[in-house]
Write a new protein. Structure first.
Lengths: 334, 249, 290
């Protein structure tokens, strides 16, 4: 008697498929729960945590933003090995705006985000026409070079960096600001990618010749995706500058490039929820592993490789599959 | 006909390294014509199509569309002017449903421009277009993922994607290849309907019998050059053409 | 001083070429971008050091074993990991990047940094050429570089394996129909690339000391040279190596050592604007990807 594994939708998934979900609270809850969960957790958690863990949550949100930015790029066919470029650009621009021009965080941060996004997009425009690997190479190389340039020419504070920033009025504003932005982008980007516009972006990733053949200027679309992603990355950098009240060479550190990739790969590439989930796993994990210092990155690296080879769909997709479907053994029909 | 030709190809050349893929090709195409482009494998037919739609840059020569030169324009720009093509190697977005595959052409700025900004619900238009090319609506074929469809349907999907752009000139690259006789017979009425709508069509084909029944004129290529240009039965009588296909003694 | 600068510029160029050539070979020939390249460089250096100093083996034996082991390791990376993600550019890049990262940070963690961690020079001697002191090691770098580049050219153009390499670079499917086992060739090319990294390390490290950070530097430089020269083009690597090598050295002598990285960065950006696929990028037609 031979058996095979069969995967079927759960009953409740079938019942909550369409308008019929409105018939029952249970079905509505089934649909709403996965979406409400992150919202509730993120919004209610802060007051319950100690100051130390609040900082971790903050860091988590910032890295989640970087991961989402990375995921947006990868869904559009661009693999960024240098999220640090966007992060650092935003960090420095925000620091400069504050340090040299005395602008308050409320002005400096949006300014740095959009300006940083614009600069990074313009710098990377020539590479958009080339094969994807050039994009990855250039995004890897530029932040590493910028670090050395800053170190050598000692501009913008050189090795000491810029200090003397204006902090946020209160730590609650700080925390809830980044959480709100995260939640808005998480759901906003999801909506965007599910729309026809997102379909075009995903099409560019899959088969750009086909999209060009439809009379669509793929470079313009890629530039748009790049701008959105780099602005988000720049925002996270600009934000952090006003949390740590410091902007210096470490903002271009490899950490900021690697953790978003690891988070997206572990959490679930191709989905923003997955990227956030990945960040939510890796950031607290790396805090717990703080004791082992540099070995952290070794872990990220190993995680990365293991997941991309063994579980490429990531945790989020796996969990979602389990949520919606179940598996059972059935006899093979004759 | 003494109107300006819709498409004029003048002294078009393309060489890849040492290979002359297309060598001084000249022809005119008038509105409403169905031109068959035939020739043995490697004669440069697909390269010619690529040159016209600018997926490949010409080494020399000009292409005039409605009187204006287009050989330096980027491919998406050429599509927007009204030239649509299908590809020989059909590659849809396999994970997406067939009708979702249509969304991308329907998102094109050309479509928006022609419809005056409001084309209506893209999903509905996609389903209508697919029905026109033979996706049976009651069997919900259009909802199936493209990866699950047989070649005949994929070819029709490719055609539908080109039609969605509402082109004036359609270039169909080996649309009939890989299809059974019945499937080809099914597609001919669709092409006839396009002609009735006033579209100009270039068909690159190997299936000569089916092509000759619908083509007004035939252009024969061999080793990158055009060796014949005329009505189907005249062209097939020519020795040069017979030699090209069958080889000479 | 001018002559001295030129001499050092030539040597610098060869250093860059040697760093880039392994990466370029692997990518240009099998389309695998091995971002673990810098890590392999450092790995082989540490390997030689361990064999030399802890196991007290003779120099030539140590470096030979180290080079072979590194090549083997490269091949292993391909077989165990890259094979499973072949064709998905995203996964290839991430996987090799992750491996490289892990290796370098591991070394960093174990703190194997310091002046005692270095490899000995071949010949401890200095020559005076055109009135400038040039140590023998640097001359050896230039010599080895020249030999390597020419033998690689001969290899890829005149031997069947070399031609097979170029075959799968151009069109993998066609190559398969010719009976060229593309996976085996790809394994070979990753191994070869790794081996070249090891050779480069053996020759260049004696000028300084081994440091994990060097791994990142090597990767950056290899990438810079490949971007400017054009991925996959051996000619491009040579020309780009000389362009950057000379630019760096002259900037260092006449303007200031701080500016060398800026020059490299500017060069990259300029190339990207003017001829993005690199000076010799053959991929220009292919970049339209029909």
């Amino acid at each position: 008697m031979k058996k095979r594994k069969e995967r079927i939708d759960r009953g409740i998934k079938a019942r909550s498929g369409d308008v019929f979900t409105l018939c029952s609270w249970r079905e509505m809850l089934y649909l709403a729960a996965p979406r409400l969960l992150p919202i509730i957790v993120f919004l209610l958690l802060p007051p319950l945590l100690s100051v130390y863990w609040q900082k971790v949550l903050l860091s988590l949100a910032v890295f989640a933003l970087l991961s989402i930015s990375w995921d947006l790029l990868s869904q559009s066919g661009m693999i960024s090995l240098g999220q640090a470029l966007f992060f650092g650009m935003g960090a420095y621009l925000s620091g400069i705006a504050d340090h040299y021009f005395g602008l308050s965080p409320l002005v400096a941060i949006p300014l740095a985000s959009f300006l940083g996004g614009a600069i990074c997009t313009l710098a990377l425009l020539p590479v958009l026409r080339l094969r994807g690997i050039y994009f990855s190479m250039v995004t890897l190389v530029i932040p590493l070079m910028l670090v050395r340039i800053i170190e050598a020419t000692r501009i913008f504070g050189g090795t000491e960096g810029l200090t003397g920033m204006t902090p946020f009025p209160s730590k609650w504003i700080e925390l809830y600001l980044v959480i709100t932005v995260l939640l808005c982008l998480l759901f906003g980007f999801r909506r965007m990618m599910a729309s026809d516009y997102g379909l075009v972006l995903k099409g560019i990733c899959d088969n750009d010749r086909s999209v060009t053949n439809a009379g669509i200027n793929i470079y313009w679309f890629k530039a748009q995706a790049l701008f959105m992603a780099s602005t988000v990355g720049a925002f996270s950098g600009a934000f952090m500058t006003h949390v740590y009240l410091f902007a210096g060479m470490p903002v271009f550190a490899l950490d900021y490039s690697i953790l978003p990739i690891a988070a997206a790969v572990v959490g679930g590439p191709g989905s923003f929820a997955g990227a956030t989930l990945g960040a939510a796993i890796l950031v607290p994990l790396s805090e717990l592993l703080r004791g082992i210092g540099g070995l952290r990155i070794v872990f990220y690296g190993i995680f990365l490789v293991v997941f991309i080879v063994a579980l490429p769909e990531g945790i989020f997709h796996y969990a979602r599959r389990k949520y919606h479907q179940f598996e059972r053994w059935v006899e093979v029909e004759k | 006909m003494n109107q300006t030709p819709l498409l004029q190809v003048i002294d078009l050349c393309k060489s890849f390294g040492g290979i002359q893929a297309v060598h001084f090709v000249n022809f005119d195409l008038y509105e409403g014509e169905l031109l068959g482009l035939i020739g043995p494998n490697g004669s440069g037919k697909t390269t010619l199509a690529n040159l016209i739609t600018r997926f490949v840059k010409p080494s020399k020569g000009k292409v005039l569309y409605k009187g204006r030169p287009i050989q330096h324009l980027p491919p998406f720009e050429i599509v927007r002017l009204g030239i649509a093509r299908t590809f020989q190697m059909v590659r849809p977005f396999y994970q997406l449903a067939a009708y979702k595959n249509m969304i991308i052409p329907l998102y094109s700025p050309r479509v928006k421009k022609i419809a005056g900004g409001e084309y209506g619900d893209r999903n509905a238009v996609a389903l209508d277009l697919l029905e026109e090319v033979g996706f049976e609506r009651d069997a919900n074929v259009a909802y199936k993922p493209a990866g699950a469809l047989p070649q005949g349907y994929l070819k029709r999907l490719e055609l539908a994607k080109a039609i969605a752009l509402q082109p004036d000139l359609l270039i169909l690259d080996e649309l009939f290849s890989g299809l059974s006789l019945a499937e080809v017979a099914g597609m001919v009425p669709i092409i006839e309907k396009l002609r009735l709508q006033g579209k100009t069509i270039i068909m690159i084909e190997h299936r000569l019998k089916e092509l000759f029944r619908i083509a007004d004129r035939v252009l024969v290529m061999n080793y990158g050059e055009t060796i014949a240009n005329g009505a189907p039965k005249d062209v097939m009588e020519m020795d040069a053409v017979k030699n090209a296909y069958l080889g000479s003694e | 001083m001018f002559v001295g600068t030129i001499l050092y510029a030539i040597i610098n160029s060869f250093i860059l070429i040697m760093m880039a050539i392994g990466f370029n070979l692997t990518f240009g020939i099998s389309g695998v971008a091995n971002f673990a390249f810098g890590a392999l460089y450092v790995l082989s250096a540490y390997g030689s050091w361990i064999l030399l100093n802890l196991l007290k083996m003779p120099y030539l034996l140590s470096v030979t074993i180290s080079i072979l082991l590194t090549s083997l390791f490269g091949g292993l990376i391909y077989r165990l990991i890259l094979l499973r993600v072949r064709g998905q550019a995203l996964s290839e890049v991430i996987a090799t990047f992750g491996i490289g990262l892990s290796i370098l940070e591991l070394f960093s963690y174990f703190g194997l940094v310091g002046f005692e961690y270095t490899l000995p020079v071949f010949i401890d001697h200095s020559f005076i050429i055109f009135g400038t002191y040039v140590d023998a090691q640097r001359l050896i770098i230039a010599a080895v570089g020249l030999v390597l580049v020419s033998s690689l050219w001969l290899f890829t153009h005149h031997t069947s394996i070399g031609l097979a390499f170029r075959g799968i670079a151009q069109d993998e499917r066609t190559a398969l129909t010719f009976g060229i086992a593309s996976d085996r060739i790809a394994t070979l090319s990753v191994s070869l690339g790794a081996g070249l990294a090891a050779v480069a390390a053996t020759i260049i490290i004696p000028l300084g000391s081994i440091a994990p950070a060097e791994g990142y530097d090597v990767l950056i430089k290899a990438l810079a040279v490949c971007i400017i020269g054009g991925l996959g083009s051996s000619g491009g690597v040579i020309v780009a190596g000389f362009v950057i090598g000379f630019a760096e050295r002259f900037t260092d002598t006449y303007i200031g050592s701080h500016w060398t990285m800026i020059i490299s960065l500017t060069a990259i950006l300029l190339v990207l604007v003017i001829k993005p696929s690199g000076l010799f990028g053959k991929q220009k037609e292919l970049e339209e990807r029909i």
